[in-house]
Structure formats: structure tokens, C-alpha cells
Design a protein around this ligand. Structure first.
Ligand code: NAD
Ligand code: ZN
Length: 341
């Protein structure tokens, strides 16, 4: 079968022929219909420091997908051939304390699809039945192909109560923008998003933010004044991985404010710990999606009127994957979907 493979230990990605994956008794074989490109895939493409130390080669990459059930292990009775499914990209052990307690997103032995084991940018993928998500048939397949990052957005956005709250989101990447739509849907009052990228700030406006601020041109403080906010933001969602954005967020939280941290900070990032302590801030790290409460919430929010469709800005046939990677790497896109059919 065809697969996008990190074949050589240098920048790039290559279309290759690899065997169709075999399935164990508890696995599901899925024929891929659509995939979407994640920032992680760009790290692997660019072959940066993280990718060099993390990705064994050759490796079929990709973890955001929707497909059709094509074969079932003998122990699998919950799905049938032809079901349209997406999948959770974190494969957990099922045996550690957190897994046994039902906190599978906190598994200490997590393995990543398309990172540590063969991924979804291929004609077929095999994953354990416990990682397959069958959603309501009304959710378009394009959207289902983005369920993995949408899940990051939902997990972070719903980490704290946002009903009636003022929310600051730093970083208007695809995940930050989807999180803005989610907190809006969940009843937040003001949703302020920041970035340095005009394309993405414009896109954020289409998904319902109160204000989209280019921090190179305007200050968040001025926006707060305009909105009549006197005490600071109640909830912060850090979605940029940028140290100065995180510091600004810490500065602008109200006393008792709550920060959910999805963006991956550099290990050398420093923050003002006095503000954390004396202002009574809560900072919570977020990794992946809750299995499967996040997936449930994603599905039912879409059923109850949440519309994230505008986050998909580009679609390419898989044979044009280079164009897809280039536009994603340029920053002038939301989600980029690759069609395999
Ligand atoms: P992305 O890189 O597409 O978006 C990050 C955005 O932050 C970009 O638009 C960038 O222009 C913006 N930015 C840069 N400097 C900024 C600043 N000073 N102020 C405000 N914005 C700034 O990433 P994404 O795919 O949307 O993901 C968001 C973050 O979450 C990334 O850091 C990613 O690595 C991380 N992530 C974490 C997990 C997890 O499980 N913890 C999963 C997926 C992604
Ligand atoms: Zn585990």
C-alpha cells in the first residue's frame, strides 16, 4: 500500500510502498479516507531536534484521520465492516495505575500513532479496538479527520468552568482557534485570542472570538479596557508554546485565575512565581484527550450546534501532499486535509 514515510534522517517526507499492517485479535484495520496535517507532522517533516531524538526511521507518520472499517480482529464485536471511524492516537497500556483507574490519558506508557508506531498517512492503519471512535453519522468526514486536534482543544477548553467567564487564549493556531469556538459554545463571556500571524487572527474572527489581537500591533490591556474588564481573565488557555505569551497570560489573570497549558514550553521558560503564589493561580498541564470523555463532548457539542467547519482552510489530494505540508508550514492555513480516496 502507499504510505507517507519518514524514510531518511533528514528534512522531507516520502511516498513509499509498505505492507498493509497485520491485525491482532483485538485490532481494527481501517481504510483511510481523509487525514489532516498536525504541527507534529511538520516537526517530523522539518526533522528538528525533537523529531531527531523521537522518531525511529523508517516510520509511516500521521495521526489525524477518518476511515472505513476494513477488517476486524476475531475478538472485536463492537464495530462492523463499513463503519466510518476516527481514532485516538495515544495507545495506552491498560495496566498502569492510571489506566486501571480509568484515567487513560494519564497512562505512563503512552505510545503515539505516527510517532512511535506506524501512523495514518497510509492506505490502511491498524489500531486496537479500544482506540477506535465511531461518531454520529451527521459529523462530516472532514471534521472527523480533525478529531485528534479538536480533542486537544476541547480537553483544554473544558479543563475549567468557562460559563460566564472571560477567557484569554494565547496562540491562534488551529487548536487555539477551535478552543475559542468551544469556550464560546460553552458560554464564556469575552473570548480574547492573541497571535502574531494576521492570517490566523482573521480566521479566529470567523470562529466567534470577541477580539483577535496581534500582539505586535496592539496590547491585550487595551482590549481589556475596551471590554470593561477590571480584574483580569478568569481562565487562560496557553496554545502558543511561546514563553512571552505565557508570561503575559500569568500577568493578566485575575486572582484565583486558572490556566490550562497545552502549548509546549521550552524547558528553559521562566515565569513570575510570585504571581502564581500570591495571586492564587492554578496551572494545569494538558496532554492529549481524555479517553473517552473528550471524544464524547466533541461529538455532542457538534450535535448541539458547535460549528468548527471553517477551521479547515485547505484540501488536497494525497498525491499533492508536498503542497499540503508547505501551506501548513507557512502558517497561512487552518487545518489542511489530505484526501486518500
Ligand atoms: P501552532 O504552532 O499551529 O500554533 C501556535 C500559534 O502560536 C501560531 O499561530 C503562532 O503564530 C502563535 N504564536 C507564536 N508566538 C506567539 C506569541 N508571542 N503570542 C501569541 N501567539 C503566538 O500549534 P497548534 O497545532 O495550534 O498547537 C498549539 C500548541 O499546542 C503548540 O505549542 C503545540 O505544540 C501544542 N500541542 C500540545 C499538545 C498536548 O497534548 N499537550 C497536543 C498538540 C499540540
Ligand atoms: Zn497505562
Amino acid at each position: 500500500m502507499k504510505a507517507l514515510v519518514k524514510k531518511y534522517r533528514k528534512p522531507g517526507i516520502w511516498m513509499d510502498e509498505v505492507p498493509v499492517p497485520g491485525i491482532g485479535i483485538n485490532d481494527v484495520l481501517i481504510k483511510i479516507n481523509k487525514t489532516s496535517i498536525c504541527g507534529t507532522d511538520i516537526h517530523i517533516y522539518n526533522w528538528d531536534e525533537w523529531a531527531q531524538k523521537t522518531i525511529p526511521t523508517p516510520m509511516t507518520i500521521g495521526h489525524e484521520f477518518v476511515g472505513t472499517v476494513a477488517a476486524l480482529g476475531s475478538n472485536v464485536h463492537d464495530f462492523k465492516l463499513g463503519d466510518i471511524v476516527s481514532g485516538e492516537g495515544h495507545i495506552v497500556c491498560g495496566l498502569c495505575r492510571n489506566c486501571l483507574a480509568g484515567r487513560r490519558h494519564l497512562c505512563m506508557n503512552t505510545s503515539g500513532v505516527g510517532v512511535n508506531r506506524p501512523g495514518a498517512f497510509a492506505e490502511y492503519i491498524a489500531i486496537p479496538v479500544t482506540n477506535v471512535w465511531h461518531s454520529d453519522g451527521s459529523v462530516p468526514q472532514d471534521i472527523q479527520s480533525c478529531f485528534d486536534p479538536f480533542g486537544n482543544a476541547v480537553h483544554t477548553a473544558l479543563a475549567f468552568n468557562v460559563l460566564g467567564e472571560d477567557v484569554l487564549i494565547t496562540g491562534a493556531g488551529p487548536i487555539g482557534i477551535m478552543a475559542a469556538a468551544v469556550v464560546r459554545h460553552a458560554g464564556a463571556r469575552h473570548v480574547v485570542i492573541t497571535d502574531v500571524n494576521p492570517y490566523r487572527l482573521e480566521l479566529a474572527k470567523k470562529l466567534g472570538v470577541t477580539m483577535a489581537i496581534n500582539i505586535n500591533e496592539a496590547s491585550i490591556e487595551a482590549a481589556m479596557e475596551q471590554l470593561g474588564m477590571k480584574e483580569g481573565f478568569d481562565v487562560g488557555l496557553e496554545m502558543s508554546g511561546n514563553a512571552s505569551a505565557f508570561n503575559k497570560m500569568v500577568d493578566l489573570m485575575c486572582h484565583g485565575g486558572k490556566i490550562a497549558l497545552l502549548g509546549i514550553q521550552n524547558s528553559s521558560t521562566q515565569i513570575d512565581w510570585e504571581k502564581v503564589v500570591f495571586n492564587g493561580l492554578t496551572i494545569k498541564g494538558i496532554y492529549g484527550r481524555e479517553m473517552y470523555e473528550t471524544w464524547y463532548k466533541m461529538t455532542v457539542m457538534l450535535q448541539s450546534g458547535l460549528d468548527i467547519s471553517k477551521i479547515i482552510t485547505h484540501r488536497f489530494n494525497i498525491m499533492d501532499f508536498q503542497k499540503g505540508f508547505e501551506i501548513m508550514a507557512s502558517g497561512n492555513s487552518g487545518k489542511v486535509v489530505l484526501e486518500w480516496n
